[in-house]
Design a protein around this ligand. Structure first.
Ligand SMILES: NC(=O)c1ccc[n+]([C@@H]2O[C@H](COP(=O)([O-])OP(=O)(O)OC[C@H]3O[C@@H](n4cnc5c(N)ncnc54)[C@H](OP(=O)(O)O)[C@@H]3O)[C@@H](O)[C@H]2O)c1
Length: 290
């Protein structure tokens, strides 16, 4: 009998790809969007997972508004922290494995190199703290838990979600520049490893099928500044807008962000899982699907 995966947050960038990937691998897949299951409701979560009888529950739902979280930390904590406890408790009761997703923002970015799973977290923001709380809840209640930390996710579903992604934002700003004549300003003093959602879904399914548990990094293979990432996007899209490098001091945001938060996928590599393609290949694939 095929194994059953429940995918929470199925309408998001990653949720969409998890549904596609696990279905393609022959799993029985049941997806829930926020309307079908709000994970902040512990009774609804427990009833839903008890009825579904899944082997694995993958939680791709999240509160991702990093700057807004500074003015509403409780809202972030409810979804990214306490709701993960709801899922972990219900998974334990339903004898299902919990796969949860976290972020590079659990780190403070001071290491100056890509972070490994063994590095100690030290978040700088309400969002980062809420995501770290979610990691702890996933690990506290469910023994076979897998926590996959990722970074700068972009996937085809981001064209339609309220939050979108960095590629969509750059393409939108380039379009607006034709009338506004304003340069596009992107920070050059923050480095990340942008991650293509279909590749993250593939890596996750590989981890699950190999029985890897614990904290695992699933970031894109290339570490670069957001400014260089914007340049790469425009090159791949055949666009040439006026782009200006800025920095944290000039471009203030409500939330403090780690300066260097690329992730190194040490555990996945040690498990023999194939690396993701380079970032340019991923961006070109993304643009072909638009
Ligand atoms: N996007 C990034 O750059 C990034 C970076 C690092 C880590 N991550 C992590 O990667 C994972 C996937 O991110 P993503 O980019 O796929 O996010 P996304 O596209 O924003 O999708 C998140 C989904 O969660 C749903 N959701 C929010 N609150 C919910 C609730 N209370 N109950 C049920 N569903 C709820 C949202 O529904 P609505 O649209 O209805 O709100 C949305 O469909 C998350 O854990 C995120 O924290 C993302």
């Amino acid at each position: 009998m095929p194994k059953h995966a429940v995918i929470i947050g199925r309408a998001g960038q990653l949720g969409t790809e998890l549904v596609r990937e696990f279905t393609a691998r022959g799993w029985t897949v049941t997806g829930f969007d926020r309307r079908a299951l709000n994970i902040t409701d512990p009774v609804a979560v427990e009833e839903c997972l008890a009825a579904a009888e899944p082997d694995v529950v993958l939680n791709a739902a999240a509160y991702n508004q990093v700057d807004v979280a500074e003015s509403e930390p409780l809202a972030a904590y409810m979804v990214n922290g306490l709701a993960v406890r709801n899922l972990a408790v219900a998974c334990r009761q339903a004898d299902a494995q919990l796969v949860h997703f976290s972020t590079d923002y659990v780190f403070d970015g001071t290491a100056g190199r890509a972070y490994l799973e063994t590095d100690a977290p030290h978040p700088l923001s309400a969002y980062g703290v809420s995501k770290l709380a979610g990691e702890f809840y996933a690990r506290a209640y469910e023994d076979r838990n897998l926590v996959v930390r990722t970074c700068g996710v972009f996937g085809p579903a981001g064209r339609h979600t309220a939050r979108g992604n960095f590629v969509e934002m750059m393409l939108r700003l380039a379009g607006q520049q034709q009338t506004s004549n304003q340069p596009i300003r992107v920070v050059e003093d923050h480095v990340a490893s942008p991650t293509y959602a279909p590749e993250l879904a593939r890596l996750t399914a590989d981890l699950v099928e190999r029985g890897v548990t614990g904290v695992v990094h699933g970031g894109g293979e290339v570490a670069l500044s957001w400014y260089d990432y914007a340049r790469l996007i425009f090159r791949c899209a055949g666009l040439d807008p006026v782009l200006k490098a800025t920095n944290e001091r000039e471009y203030r945001t409500a939330a403090k962000r780690p300066k260097y938060s690329a992730l190194a996928n040490g555990v996945a590599a040690a498990a023999g899982i194939a690396p993701m393609p380079d970032l340019e290949t991923c961006v070109r694939r993304y643009l072909e699907l638009r």
